[in-house]
Design a binder for this molecule. Sequence first.
Ligand code: AVJ
Length: 325
Amino acid sequence: MNNEFAKDVEKGLGDKQKHISPKFFYDKNGSKLFEEICNQPEYYLNRIESLILKRSVDEIMNILGEKELSIIELGNGNSLKTRILLQPFLANLKKVCYFPIDVSLKMLKISIKDLSKEYVNLEIFGICSDYISGLMKMNDFMKLKNSIPKNKLIMFLGSSIGNFDPKEAKNFLYFLKRYIRQEDALLIGIDLEKDKTILDKAYNDKKGITAKFNLNILARINRELDGEFKLPCFEHKSFYNIHKHRIEMHLVSKQDQEIRVGAIEKSFHFKKGETIHTENSYKYSQNNLNELVESAGLEVIQSFTDPRKQYTLILLKKVSGTAKS
Ligand code: AVJ
């Protein structure tokens, strides 16, 4: 992990437009800051998603119509939203197995411990891994154990798919498709394109938590890779790029400076005003979303959206009759 971080930083800070992958935001500090972001009034995403989930869980259950179900969740974080689903599923189905897949072992352990206390009849199989190898492990495991429900619901919530550019998102959905059968389903949370002012505010909260979250990635380089970033010499910047349909987050160098990163034995030069691009968060119009789903060979069985059409949850299945891939 550390090593992967070092490689990403070395490559990213060496490129002309400097960049670091957003997956490195989530060390212990960053995960806490992200939870705090979700509590900010401007950051509507998780709040609206939870409301939609609450309102639609019965319908989702009806559509799936299974008696036994394996729920696979990609990047479960603290499983807060998952509880909204687990509760009614457990109350109505004969058997529910839950497979959280997350790269953070700590978060995974905490949520498994809490969930198994709360729901005694829930079988939990945590997988500490990235999504791709996590899904492969889950698949192998299911083949070995007959007692695990074959019917699957794979969930990818929180608009995390927004971190992928549209082509990557398509490839990712296409990849997910390999892990579901005709009768299985995917549940994906997607942030919808909206007024730029609302989007800009969501990523520039008044209390400055998003700024802290962004700057924490430099603090993490200092902590883990022996970096010498001075945080006050960088500034958080994020804005909605209308043409590219995405929020861009950057860290702007406030002055000309030379920064050494000990673990990779390199120094990097920053001009005043130069930025490190730390995140993209894509927003979808209904049209672009339909196109994405269709291009991956999937179809929307039902979508659940708030009245102001800010956010949507889509339940997807394989297009019937598609050849195996
Ligand atoms: C976790 C990727 C969905 O893009 O809104 C929040 C991360 N970055 N504020 C998002 C994030 C800045 C978040 N995702």
